[in-house]
Ligand binder design. Sequence first.
Ligand SMILES: [Zn+2]
Length: 329
Amino acid sequence: MSFDKIKGNQKLINSFKDLLKDGSFPSCSLFYGQRGIGKFMTAFEIAKAHFCTQTAGEDALFGESRDESRPCDKCPDCTRAEKRLHPDFRVVDASFQAALLDEPVEKQRALKIDSLREIARFAYEKPYISKHKLIIIDQAETMTVEAQNSLLKILEEPPESAKIILVSNDKNLLLPTIVSRASPFRFLPLENQDLAEILGNFSIEYSQAQFLADISGGSVAKALEFASILKEVKSKRHLGKLLAFSMLPPRSQAYEQRAKTALVLDFLISVTAAGKINPPLSFSQKAAEVNRLLSYSSWLKHNVSPRVIMQLALNDYLKFGDFAFGEKI
Ligand SMILES: [Zn+2]
């Protein structure tokens, strides 16, 4: 992978490379910004660069030391870190917690104190093979208050040989005492062109990638979710009024039903606001439609049935026409 393949936020990435080169990467940093813009990926490459032990190919012949600022992606340490098997590396996320608690991954919606206790134990032990341990806490904003307090204790007595990277989609959900102890790095949304190119790597054809880039606010995660909704709507469109029902998960999965409905509403709002409907809506039609969809979003928060909302939201779109891909159609 290496930093070269990460799109967007190049200034920030260059400053990380400088910090790695100087060996002055902060002991606790906070990568924040909306989801799906490369925060975790960047943190992961930093971890690999941190553990990489390769003396880089040709440079080694001339007795030069390796470039500390990038992972070689070939040495055993890069490989171990890549597979999350490096003994001095931990990624705290839903999978980590699921393994720790021996529970299904999909049940891990919050990072609990158990995970942070485990990380505290890990952080204060001496590194096994590297100079420093490295801990990435992904979606740090999902930590419960107890978990955050447990993290705070670690930050108040920083372990000598562990570095922590907090990755967060919403730093306002973190305790101010945590935020103030971390070096902040703000990631920006991706440019549309960069986003469209990334979507191309997921086998999404060009005009559709452009369309998704225009409606996804610079987030790869959002664009990929929208791609799946678009595919589903197009393949089930012939069902007419049954479309809404066919898109909902079973009634027993209440959480998933709400999440799917919220995603469909987000998709429809983004498509409408960006004017990507064929035939085009007039300005007043567009404004009325966005307002209507926004009120459905608020109904969803007030426990109105997702089945009702999904049906109301989608039925109008069947009347409107089709989603416009780029400028070509
Ligand atoms: Zn390496």
